[in-house]
Design a protein around this ligand. Structure first.
Ligand code: SAH
Ligand code: SF4
Length: 380
């Protein structure tokens, strides 16, 4: 007897479907239209993983759903909690690929750092993710699942009668995990629409920040179609240096990138674009570069985020001294821009972008991950 006769057909996972997809699936299943809306509420507002808990659906209907569908999360390959409260999950998807999701609690908010790709094709020379051999886009469902897993782990699904609490641990989302979100725009956009839906996960576009290394042609769409906050990984003030640090700069140089920022829909003094600047000792950390940064940003509603370089084994850079970073920050601050230095979080759990994933790969292969030849960049 063949396997297919022995094992039941695989059940379709409904977690990660958008509104239209869920409606279509339910129509094909023969359910009335309003059922899709009820399911949406259970899946994304209440976070249930068991159809039998959907008490406003008739029992025979729940049983039929259970025969054909599932509400499954990806497997958690590793979960760690730092002494500073930062939590990190390495998620493993059905094909065995893994990505990281990090939760950073702060006094006034809790931020989830979400990945958009397995690895990254853009070999920025200071970034560990760019050294990872395997690269694929995450599906919209895999991006949404990162938020669902965090809500599960933080115990934050609203349960009546309280509804949505005031003091939530997951209030903000940053697309600053593994991958370049604008090289996977369609899936990122579909996922964010699910995450922002007010009848579901309900995280407002104002609480979401998308970070890009500068995929200029897609930036305007982010503002027009999603309306989320924009962060741009600048890291250098001359094309010569940025070409070396962020190779994508050869395709979209600084002037073009800043023009796209100037016309970013929805930016204003109240909603500034964040310019990320990784501090690399002796490379981009001089006072002259701080002054040039201020000059470049003129006319853009901007704030600057200084990120001390987070070292990884074999990295060709070092982090500047605290004094050098403070001097840089002061120049930018005195020119009227907020210029906080991002405090390293979760160092004891390898919370640097890409590290936990690499540890896991090394443990399984017994070898150090190596920088691959630059992968071809998708045309956008
Ligand atoms: N691909 C996107 C988003 C993910 S990276 C981007 O590049 O913007 C998120 C941020 O972490 C980027 O600003 C990136 O430049 C920065 N980063 C990457 N590796 C780093 C490291 N080793 N130390 C400090 N910041 C790093
Ligand atoms: Fe990719 Fe961003 Fe890392 Fe560059 S910094 S390699 S774009 S993840």
């Amino acid at each position: 007897m063949s396997d297919s006769l022995l094992s039941p057909p695989p059940r379709r996972n409904l977690v990660g479907l958008g509104r239209a997809e869920l409606a279509e699936e339910m129509a094909g299943f023969g359910a009335e239209r309003f059922r899709a809306r009820q399911l949406w509420h259970w899946i994304y507002h209440r976070g249930v993983t068991d159809f039998s808990l959907m008490t406003n659906l008739a029992k025979p209907f729940r049983e039929r759903l259970c025969e054909q569908y599932e509400l499954r999360r990806p497997a958690i390959a590793t979960a760690r909690t730092s002494i500073d409260g930062t939590r990190k999950w390495l998620l493993r998807f059905d094909d065995g690929q893994e990505v990281e999701t990090v939760h950073i609690p702060e006094s006034d908010r809790g931020t989830l750092c979400v990945s958009s790709q397995v690895g990254c094709t853009l070999t920025c020379t200071f970034c560990h993710t760019g050294t990872q051999r395997l690269v694929r886009n995450l599906t919209a469902a895999e991006i949404v699942a990162q938020v669902m897993v965090a809500r599960d782990a933080l115990g934050e699904w609203p349960s009546p009668p309280n509804g949505v609490g005031e003091d939530r641990m997951l209030t903000n989302i940053v697309l600053m995990g593994m991958g370049e979100p604008l090289y996977n725009y369609d899936n990122v956009a579909a996922a964010l629409k699910i995450v922002m839906d007010p009848e579901g996960l309900a995280i407002s576009r104002r609480k979401i920040t998308l970070s890009t290394s500068g995929v200029v042609p897609v930036i305007a769409r982010v503002g027009a179609e999603l309306g989320v906050n924009l962060a741009v990984s600048l890291h250098a003030v001359t094309d010569e240096l940025r070409n070396r640090l962020v190779p994508l700069n050869r395709k979209y140089p600084i002037a073009e990138l800043l023009d796209a920022c100037r016309s970013y829909p929805g930016s204003s003094n109240a909603r500034r674009i964040t310019f990320e600047y990784v501090m690399l000792k002796g490379v981009n950390d001089s006072p002259a570069e701080a002054r040039e940064l201020v000059r470049l940003l003129q006319g853009i509603p901007a704030k600057v985020n200084l990120i001390p370089f987070n070292p990884w084994p074999g990295a060709p850079y070092e982090c500047p001294t605290d004094a050098a970073i403070a001097a840089f920050s002061e120049i930018v601050f005195n020119a009227g821009y907020s210029a906080p230095v991002r405090t390293p979080r979760g160092r004891d759990i390898s919370a640097a972008c890409g590290q936990l994933k690499s540890e896991s790969v090394r443990a399984r292969r017994g070898v150090a991950a190596q920088r691959p030849a630059p992968a071809p960049q998708p045309a956008v």
